[in-house]
Write a protein that binds this ligand. Structure first.
Ligand SMILES: [Zn+2]
Length: 467
C-alpha cells in the first residue's frame, strides 16, 4: 500500500458567500483540469450518510444547501458527466435515512451539477481527501442530522424497546435499569481530569421515558429497588470507506467483525451478572466509518464498563496466524508486531476519511486521552487474559499473553479497553474460518465467557460510581 503525497497540496481555501440565509458556497483552491470520476460510493447510516466521489485528479466543488424542501446542490468543476457518476443515482437505497434521490446533469461545459434531494434537514459537510492507500482523490459529502444523535439516548431507546417487549411476557415486575442509568447519568457524571465532563442528559429524555420517573432534584433510586446496568461497548473495527484488511478470497475485515460484534451483542444482552443485567452498545451498527476518537467518545458517553474492539487484520506474511488480544501501552509496544499493528490501526482515520475542519479538535482530544491511567491498563490486561484464556480453548493463539501498544482506540482513560484480533484474515485457512458462521459463534461465545470471567474476579460494583 503506497501513500501518494500530492506535490502541491495547498491548504483548502474556504469562502462563504451569503445570499439571504440560503446560499453557502464552498470553494476549493485547486481547480481540477480534466479529472475523471473513477468511482462513487454511498454509505448510509442513521448517524450520517456519506457520498464519496473518487477521481484521478483533485476536484473543486461549490455547494448550495437549500433548506426547503431540503436539498444539497453541488457543482463539480473540471469534469464531464460519465457512467461512473451516473451510477450514483442507482446507488442510493430507498431506506437511506437522509437521501431521497440524486439527480446529475452536465450543467455547463466542464461543470457537473449533482442534486441530493434530502428526506430531512441536514448539516452537510463537504471536503476533499488526498490520495491514500488504495484511494485516489476523494470528494466527500457527509450529511449529518440537524439534531445530533446522542449515543446514550440511543442506548436508552434500545433498552426501553426490549423492556417493553419483555413486559408482555414477564410475570414479575422487571427491575428498572433504565431509570437507574438515567439517574446515574444525571447524578454522577464521571469527571475525567482534563476532559470536559459528558454533557448531562437533556431533561427531554427523562420526560420521554415512561419507565424513568426521575426528575432533576429527586433522590436517585435506591440500590434495593433497581439493578445496576452493566454496559459493554463493542467496537467493530473499520467500516465504510475503511474496509480494514481483505483476505485472498475477498473477505473484508469490516464485514466479519461486524458479524462477530452482532453475535457478541446478543450474548451480552442475554446475560445477567449477579442479578445485574448487561447491555451491549455498538460503536457502529452498520457499514459506515467512525473515526477512532468518536468510538472512544461514544463509549465514554454511555459510561461503558468495558470497551472491546474487534478486528481480523492482515499481517505482512500469509503464514502469520492465531488470535491475539491487545491492551494500551504508555511506554512503547510489547513487540515489533504489536507496534506495527497499532500503527496500522491508528491510520484508519486517514483511510476512512475525516473532515480536516475537525482535525484540530481531534488532536486536542487525543492529547487529553493520552492521560490514560495505569489502573485502566491493569484492568485491561486482566480482561485481555480472561479473553485469551477462553480463545485458547479452541483457537490457535498468536501469543500466549496480552500484548501492548499505543492503539488510539483503547485510550478511554476510565474504561478497561482491549482490542481483539480474532484471527489473521491474511492467512487463507483463518480467512475460511472467519467466514464460517459456526466459528463466528465460537468466537463470540469465547469473548462473552472472557467478559463474564473478568467480572467474576473484578465485580463491576466494586469499581462503580455509587448508586
Ligand atoms: Zn483492524
Amino acid at each position: 500500500m503506497t501513500r501518494h503525497q500530492k506535490p502541491s497540496s495547498s491548504p483548502t481555501r474556504r469562502r462563504v458567500l451569503q445570499s439571504g440565509s440560503l446560499l453557502l458556497l464552498l470553494g476549493v483552491a485547486e481547480i481540477a483540469r480534466g479529472a475523471t470520476i473513477v468511482a462513487v460510493r454511498v454509505w448510509p447510516a442513521p448517524e450520517y450518510t456519506r457520498v464519496t466521489i473518487e477521481s484521478d485528479g483533485a476536484l473543486a466543488a461549490r455547494q448550495l444547501f437549500v433548506p426547503s424542501p431540503p436539498r444539497l446542490a453541488v457543482d463539480i468543476e473540471g469534469i464531464e458527466l460519465n457512467p461512473a457518476l451516473r451510477e450514483l443515482v442507482a446507488k442510493v437505497k430507498s431506506d437511506d435515512p437522509f437521501i431521497a434521490g440524486v439527480r446529475v446533469g452536465q450543467n455547463a461545459p466542464n461543470v457537473v451539477r449533482l442534486v441530493l434531494d434530502l428526506k430531512q434537514p441536514a448539516r452537510p459537510q463537504v471536503f476533499t481527501l488526498p490520495p491514500v492507500a488504495a484511494y485516489q482523490h476523494r470528494l466527500v459529502f457527509d450529511l449529518y442530522p440537524q439534531q445530533e444523535i446522542d449515543p446514550l439516548e440511543e442506548l436508552i431507546a434500545q433498552r426501553l424497546q426490549d423492556t417493553q417487549r419483555q413486559a408482555g411476557t414477564a410475570a414479575a415486575p422487571a427491575p428498572d435499569p433504565l431509570g437507574e442509568l438515567i439517574a446515574r447519568q444525571m447524578e454522577h457524571p464521571r469527571p475525567v481530569p482534563g476532559l470536559p465532563p459528558a454533557t448531562p442528559v437533556p431533561p427531554v429524555i427523562a420526560r420521554a421515558t415512561p419507565t424513568a420517573p426521575v426528575a432533576p432534584g429527586s433522590p436517585p433510586p435506591s440500590s434495593t429497588r433497581t439493578d445496576r446496568l452493566i454496559i459493554v461497548a463493542i467496537d467493530p473495527g473499520h467500516g465504510g470507506e475503511d474496509p480494514g484488511a481483505t483476505g485472498v478470497s475477498g473477505t473484508r475485515e469490516k464485514d466479519v467483525v461486524l458479524r462477530i460484534a452482532h453475535l457478541l451483542r446478543d450474548r451480552v444482552n442475554a446475560t445477567t451478572l449477579n442479578g445485574n443485567p448487561m447491555r451491549a452498545f455498538l460503536t457502529r451498527d452498520a457499514d459506515f466509518f467512525v473515526p477512532l476518537n468518536v468510538r472512544v467518545e461514544k463509549a465514554r458517553r454511555v459510561q461503558a464498563d468495558l470497551f472491546i474492539s474487534i478486528h481480523a487484520d492482515a499481517f505482512t506474511t500469509p503464514a502469520a496466524r492465531g488470535a491475539s488480544v491487545f491492551a494500551l501501552s504508555q511506554r512503547g509496544a510489547s513487540s515489533s508486531a504489536a507496534r506495527w499493528l497499532a500503527n496500522k490501526e491508528n491510520a484508519a482515520d486517514l483511510i476512512g476519511g475525516v473532515n480536516v475542519a475537525g482535525v484540530r479538535d481531534a488532536h486536542v482530544q487525543r492529547a487529553m486521552l493520552d492521560m490514560s491511567t495505569t489502573a485502566q491498563i491493569n484492568d485491561s490486561l486482566k480482561l485481555g487474559s480472561s479473553m485469551l484464556g477462553q480463545l485458547g480453548k479452541f483457537a490457535r493463539l498468536h501469543k500466549g499473553e496480552v500484548e501492548q501498544a499505543g492503539f488510539a482506540v483503547l485510550k478511554a482513560p476510565d474504561i478497561p479497553s482491549v482490542l481483539v484480533e480474532t484471527a489473521f484474515i491474511s492467512n487463507p485457512e483463518e480467512e475460511a474460518r472467519l467466514r464460517d458462521p459456526a466459528y463466528q459463534q465460537q468466537l463470540a461465545d469465547a469473548l462473552m465467557r472472557g467478559i463474564a470471567g473478568y467480572f467474576s474476579r473484578n465485580p463491576p460494583l466494586a469499581r462503580s460510581r455509587t448508586l
